[in-house]
Write a protein that binds this ligand. Structure first.
Ligand code: PCP
Length: 395
């Protein structure tokens, strides 16, 4: 364990972050020479805050976690929007592991942790992007979480639909440049006008000129001042929606009006600080072009997946409340609804639009070896954005 109480990748791969009862289970099974092949599924009981759908994320991490083990891993594609149950009320398995139970038992804990948190962040990011529509959303929340999670948070925020990320390692994880302007600290140390000018003078030309304009004075006058002082000013950033000066929607509308009136129609308005999904539409309507979202994304509610055995030695068996037996998961080619059938079913037709379906739960690892290419982070994000066009924002 390191200085910051972070488990290393090696320690996670050795199963050291597991709950002890899995280790004890394996010890008992080995002593008693019980070796049974099982099929275990990952399903979710319900979604946070009554979300109607969630984004499945974290598959690539699970592949890395289980690679090399004598197991087979099935999954729906990373980035798939799913519901806890199909239209008939059957829980939808998003992943399944097949193998001798002791060979993967201790990885239940880290596998769940990876998909629960990754999916939680990606889902929140997708909800915020859905609310923002064509507006820019930037992931600003790494400062609220353990720093070791910065690349994890930013990657999953990007997968969910964020257009950029603020952390250096997060940007590296997605193969992009980090996005960010200037903190209030720079204004306090240099003075507002000096700080804007120094930023313009020192930053390379390809860094967008966005001035933070809410440190001392009124946002309207500071915006006009920045626009007049900085040639090629791309935008202004208002970072204090909850400040004592009140209604950010009205402030944004007024700033937009004044900038437009004075010929600064191209100067964009970015808003950040304490934003969540409900705050975005009114600010967008008032004239905001982009949003920096921190805590709401980095501290997103996790998606409550569970792993359960559904078959032992080829025989359907599950604890109460769970659906036993091997299954197929299908997706309607038109409306994208997911359907679950017993494994024996050869086809499934969409009940709502009568369209054909395709199999979506596919094999990723066979005896620990990758048998299906993993998509790039941009492919996953585009896949999410494509599906977002087809879903409703709320219930
Ligand atoms: C930080 C930054 C972002 C905020 C956090 C996003 O604000 O400017 O806009 O995080 P949130 O959504 O959780 O609020 P400050 O701490 O005010 O930054 P600084 O004073 O360094 O400019």
């Amino acid at each position: 364990m390191d200085l910051f109480h972070i488990a290393s990748g090696d320690e996670i791969k050795k199963g050291l972050t597991t709950d002890i009862y899995f280790k004890r289970t394996v010890e008992i099974l080995r002593h008693k020479k019980v070796k049974k092949s099982v099929l275990a599924e990952f399903t979710v009981g319900s979604l946070p805050d009554k979300y109607p759908w969630a984004v499945f994320a974290g598959l690539e991490y699970v592949v890395k976690l289980l690679e090399g083990l004598p197991i087979t891993l099935y999954s729906i594609p990373e980035g798939t929007l799913f519901t806890p149950r199909d239209p008939e009320g059957v829980p939808i398995p998003v992943m399944a592991i097949e193998g001798e139970y002791s060979s993967f038992s201790e990885f239940e804990t880290p596998a769940l942790g990876l998909i629960c948190q990754a999916s939680g962040i990606a889902t929140k990011s997708a909800r915020i992007k859905k609310a923002a529509e064509d507006s820019v959303v930037l992931s600003f929340g790494v400062r609220r979480m353990h720093p070791a999670l910065a690349p994890f948070i930013d990657r999953n925020a990007y997968i969910g639909g964020c257009d950029g990320v603020s952390s250096i390692l997060g940007a590296e994880a997605i193969g992009k440049r980090p996005t960010g302007t200037m903190p209030h600290a720079l204004m306090l140390i240099m003075g507002e006008e000096e700080a804007w000018k120094a930023y313009d003078e020192i930053m390379p030309q390809d860094i967008p000129r966005i001035a933070l304009i809410d440190t001392f004075g009124d946002e309207k006058f500071a915006s006009l001042e920045a626009a007049s002082k900085i040639k090629d000013l791309l935008g202004v950033r208002l970072d204090t929606p909850a400040s004592r000066r009140g209604n950010m929607e009205r402030i944004v509308r007024e700033v937009r009006w004044e900038l437009d009136l004075r010929g600064y129609k191209n100067v964009r308005i970015y808003v950040s600080g304490g934003l969540d999904e409900d705050d975005i539409p009114p600010l967008k309507k008032a004239g905001a072009f982009g949003f920096g979202v921190g805590t709401s994304i980095s501290n997103a509610p996790t998606i409550d997946f569970a792993m359960d055995i559904v078959e032992v030695e080829g025989v359907p068996l599950a604890k109460k409340g769970k659906f036993s037996g091997r299954k197929k998961v299908w997706r309607c080619k038109k409306c994208k609804a997911l359907y679950v059938t017993p494994y024996e079913a050869d086809t499934a037709t969409c009940h709502s639009c009568g369209e054909e379906t395709e199999l979506i739960l596919q094999k990723y690892l066979e005896n620990g070896k990758l048998v299906r290419p993993l998509p790039s982070v941009d492919e996953i994000r585009n896949y999410v954005l494509e599906q977002l066009k087809q879903v409703e924002f709320s219930l």
